[in-house]
Design a binder for this molecule. Structure first.
Ligand code: SF4
Ligand code: SF4
Ligand code: SF4
Ligand code: FES
Length: 956
């Protein structure tokens, strides 16, 4: 696809109702007031030389290369820091300006290694460009004076190099780290000639606060900060715009290529989710796509104790289809099912649920959203009428109060966290509701106004207490409620939350949050202007996950904070395509577009389009599939792109269920933990190897573009098509655009979505149809709620059954870390492991001391479900009584400990509350020992995979 030329306007876009007209080199140009002369010039097609200016950063005015002449003014002002004025007459070229600029360049070049031919940035260096633009031909001062040419490189970061000999001290990196990323890891140390960029206190990058987001690397105009892949491979030759395959922020990237190899991923400036920013995962952690562990040939085996047999696609698909039909003949139509994943594209997910419903003939399809945001679907559906975040990310720029509940944006959604932190630095207020002291509570220039450090499992009590204050202190948005909400449900809810037992004082013991803080936070949320709520899995992954989502929606409606910019209720989606996976009908009870399978009109539309009759009853959810497998009635599973063994709770229960099945087909890029229980392995394609779309947390549908051929020859959607055909249900698509056309034709909220539109505009946001703007809907529920009147739901706090006891006196909660991603299958196969090479148990010093645990000790963690061993990280981030771990490494067995308690409405597991005991130990747990053995056996069986031709019949 063609993308617009990236123009650097030098300074950021300004918006103003007032326009200013001026003359630049005789050209008349009109721009918003507040625009720089430099930007106005670029608007008029005139490029002024520059080095320290770039349009993603505020102007700094240090290089003095952008000097211009202004009629009637003395001197030569810098055009990047000079604002336009009406009638201004500007000259960007004159002999004097040329001479001054040449002089500036001479100074730079006299202290710069002139190794352009062998420099990694050759051809992509602004200093080189400016030497050309200014006509510099010689350096009068010579090259022998004092210089920095032998300054030592810092190679500590695995992804980029800092070569101070090439630094022109333009400050762009420092500003990028401050303004764009919000980490403040860089400074200019020293003065005058001695000044140089330094990370932290003159530390190597890896020892500083740097989080390797790459913003400084992108901002650097020279090769001082340079990607190591560019140093190794040279400048890229061509590029395509695509979407990050990690988290639900959905950052757009330019994949810069040499032939079929990625040289670097550059955050795409026109990407509406990220505006040119990135985090360490999307920017640098893509090497897994070509990792040697990739499996690129289909494999089959009769039993999981057999070595794998390498076979061709037709044989593998034929075997899978014959096994599924055999199982159905033996155990009934409902004895098989499919699990799709939020890692897959919309088109792939749609096809899997279509395969299950139309070819398997049942509704046994589920997705990993079951274990993360299914309560969002239920809760927002009940209250607002649809399951989706209400805002764009950009909306946070209008927020006056930001409430973050059970989310850790700097680790989980880093690019959005940067946007949020920028708004906080501008003065927005911050309320954090989290059991841990996450980074957002206190980071450079950001300090939460209130941190409601609740006890895990008491979310609903907190939301009731906040609502109690709003209702009883007269802070309700009465006119909004009267106009937009259902009156009866409002009155019932109001009377409920007003009860004395829901007051902050009454609930203080339960929640652990001081009543005064609770009251103050509620007042701030209700009266501080535009108030926006962002929440994560700390809300949903509870036995009352759906209740809490509804509680959040109630609070937002009660204070009038839904339906315009700067407010709203926003689930921060964990995986890249959680929103899309849910939209595409991958839950057992819903067809695409959240329409219940029991609705005969909707079902009829799909039956007509698909040429089959569909079951009217919802199928099995993932936990029900496990139960049915153990009961002997669910015997076959098609699992695409999800690692249920590592990611679902109560691992031993999951593995027992898988071991009980007769045929498990896993489609993935690696032999993940689930594949170790599989009978058919279908090699998957990475996001670089296929076309499709992802939908991010803003409901933004963006393209994923194939930049290299699939390593195994087929993209994932092609594999599903083949499987459907082998099962006797014909599917015929020649490109994912045709799948999207089918989705659009059958899903009212997608009627206006097409590849052509996305290719033309970059992205669209659903709902996108004849009733919305051309590019869809930025802010939901603008004039009225999707369901008509917003509905309040009573949210009675019911404590979880998972209680601390003398035997299990601590509460374990889980989460993830910036550098790793979920089950870690991708990030563990990159240099990101340099930041986090093992899961640790975070424990408060008091709890550690009581148990004789010191930093780095091995500790056993035991729950009612299981036992595992990790090393301790003693930290005051934790509150006494609460411990925490990540779950990125299979051998950690974090989910061996989590129980199968789940949300009452959706079965979303209660990952965030597990009662445990923690004790020092000296050896791995029994589970870890048996896992190590099983894992080694499976790797040996993979190693022993034979390529001898084996007919499917022979192994039956
Ligand atoms: S990589 Fe990001 S965090 Fe690190 S110094 Fe550069 S801008 Fe700052
Ligand atoms: S490292 Fe690059 S961006 Fe930073 S001051 Fe030096 S030249 Fe400028
Ligand atoms: S914030 Fe999320 S989408 Fe963006 S680069 Fe990082 S992982 Fe990718
Ligand atoms: S670009 Fe204006 S002073 Fe550097």
């Amino acid at each position: 696809m063609q993308h617009p030329t990236e123009i650097d306007f030098g300074t950021p876009l300004r918006t103003s109702a007032q326009e200013v007209t001026l003359q630049i080199d005789g050209e008349s140009v009109t721009v918003p007031a507040g625009t720089s002369v430099m930007r106005a010039a670029v608007d008029a097609g005139i490029n002024v030389p520059k080095l320290c200016a770039t349009d993603s950063l505020e102007p700094f005015g240090s290089c003095r290369l952008c000097l211009v002449e202004v009629e009637g003014r003395k001197g030569y002002p810098a055009s990047c820091t000079t604002l336009v004025e009406p009638g201004m007459q500007v000259r960007t070229q004159s002999p004097k300006l040329q001479e001054l600029r040449k002089g500036v360049m001479e100074l730079y070049i006299s202290d710069h290694p002139l190794d352009c031919l062998t420099c990694a940035a050759n051809g992509d260096c602004e200093l080189q460009d400016m030497a050309g633009v200014t006509g510099l031909r010689e350096v009068r001062y010579g090259m022998d004076g004092a210089n920095h040419l032998h300054a030592k490189k810092d190679e500590s970061n695995p992804y980029f190099t800092y070569d101070p000999s090439k630094c022109i001290v333009c400050n762009r990196c420092v500003r990028a780290c401050e303004e764009t990323q919000g980490t403040f890891a860089l400074t200019i140390s020293g003065r005058g000639f001695e000044s140089r960029v330094s990370a932290g206190q003159d530390q190597p990058f890896m020892e500083s606060d740097c989080v390797s987001c790459g913003a400084c690397v992108s901002a650097c105009p020279t090769a001082t900060l340079q990607e190591k892949t560019v140093i190794m491979m040279g400048q890229p030759e061509h590029s395509k715009i695509t979407t990050c395959a990690y988290c639900g922020v959905g950052c757009a990237f330019k994949a810069e290529m040499k032939g079929n190899e990625v040289v670097r991923m550059v955050p795409w400036k026109d990407g509406k989710a990220n505006d040119g920013h990135s985090c360490v995962k999307g920017r640098f952690a893509w090497g897994y796509a070509t990792h040697k562990d990739r499996i690129t040939t289909p494999m089959i085996r009769k039993s999981i104790t057999d070595p794998w047999q390498v076979v061709g696609w037709d044989e593998a698909i034929g075997y899978a289809a014959s096994e599924f039909r055999r199982i159905q003949a033996k155990h009934g139509r409902d004895s098989i099912g499919g699990i799709t994943s939020s890692r897959c594209t919309n088109e792939e997910t749609y096809l899997v649920q279509k395969l299950v419903r139309a070819a398997f003939g049942n509704n046994n399809v589920d997705t990993c959203a079951r274990v993360c945001h299914s309560p969002t679907g239920y809760g927002l559906g009940q209250t607002f009428g649809t399951s989706a975040g209400t805002q764009t990310f950009k909306s946070v720029e209008q927020a006056d109060v930001i409430m973050v509940i059970g989310a850790n944006p700097t680790d989980g959604h880093p690019v959005f966290a940067s946007r949020m932190k920028k708004r906080l630095r501008e003065g927005a207020k911050l309320i954090i509701v989290d059991p841990r002291t996450i980074d957002m509570v206190r980071s450079p220039h950001v300090q939460a106004d209130y941190h409601l450090k609740l006890k895990p499992g008491t979310n609903v009590a907190v939301i009731s207490a906040l609502a109690h204050v709003v209702v009883t202190e007269g802070l309700l948005a009465s006119a909004y409620i009267a106009e937009r909400c259902d009156d009866k449900s409002f009155q019932q809810w109001r009377d409920f939350v007003a009860k004395p037992e829901n007051s902050p004082e009454a609930l203080e013991q339960v929640t652990g949050v001081p009543a005064a803080d609770m009251r103050a936070a509620a007042r701030l949320y209700a009266t501080g202007g535009n108030a926006a709520i962002y929440y994560g899995l700390g809300v949903t992954e509870h036995s009352q996950g759906s209740t809490m989502v509804m509680g959040i929606a109630n609070l937002a409606m009660a204070t009038g904070n839904v339906g315009r910019e700067g407010v709203g209720v926003n689930p921060l989606r964990g995986q890249n395509n959680v929103q899309g996976a849910c939209d595409m009908g991958s839950f057992p009870h819903e067809l695409p577009g959240y329409r219940h399978i029991s609705d005969s009109t909707v079902r009829g539309e799909f039956e007509a389009a698909w040429g089959v009759s569909l079951q009217a009853e919802p199928g099995l959810r993932i936990p029900n599939m496990f139960e049915a497998a153990l009961a002997g009635s669910f015997m076959g599973l098609y699992c695409e792109g999800e690692d249920i063994v590592q990611s679902d709770p109560n691992t031993q229960h999951v593995t027992a269920a898988l071991a009980a099945m007769e045929c498990i087909v896993v489609q993935d890029i690696f032999l993940n933990e689930t594949a170790k229980y599989a009978h058919v392995f279908l090699p998957g394609a990475s996001f670089l190897e296929k076309d499709g779309t992802f939908t991010n947390a803003e409901r933004r549908i963006s393209r994923v573009r194939k930049v290299m051929p699939p390593k195994a020859g087929l993209a994932d959607w092609e594999v599903t098509v083949k499987l459907a055909n082998a099962l006797g249900y014909p599917m015929a698509y020649s490109h994912p655009r045709e799948i999207m056309a089918e989705i659009a034709s059958l899903t009212p909220t997608f009627h206006g979505v097409s590849y052509e539109k996305i290719d033309q505009h970059g992205s669209v946001q659903w709902p996108c149809n004849e009733n919305t703007a051309e590019l869809g809907t930025e802010t939901m529920h603008r004039d009225k709620f999707v369901r008509g009147k917003g509905k309040f739901i009573i949210t009675q706090f019911v404590p979880t059954e998972e209680k601390v006891t003398r035997k299990f006196p601590l509460l374990l909660t889980t989460g993830r870390i910036l550098s790793q991603y979920n089950v870690g299958a991708q990030t563990r196969r990159t240099e990101n492991s340099q930041w986090h090479s093992e899961d640790r148990l975070e424990i408060h010093p008091h709890d550690a001391e009581e148990r004789g645990i010191k930093a780095d000790d091995w500790v056993g963690i035991e729950s009612r479900a299981g036992h595992t061993v990790l090393r301790a990280l003693v930290t005051e981030r934790m509150q006494p009584g609460v411990v925490y771990t990540t779950f990125h490494f299979p051998e950690s067995g974090a989910n061996v400990i989590t129980t199968d308690n789940s949300d009452w409405a959706t079965n979303c597991p209660e990952y965030k509350v597990t009662a445990v005991q923690v004790m020092p130990v000296v050896q791995p747990s029994e589970w870890q020992k048996s896992y190590a053995q099983f894992n080694q056996n499976q790797l040996d069986l993979l190693q022993a995979a034979t390529t001898a031709p084996v007919l499917a019949d022979a192994i039956k």
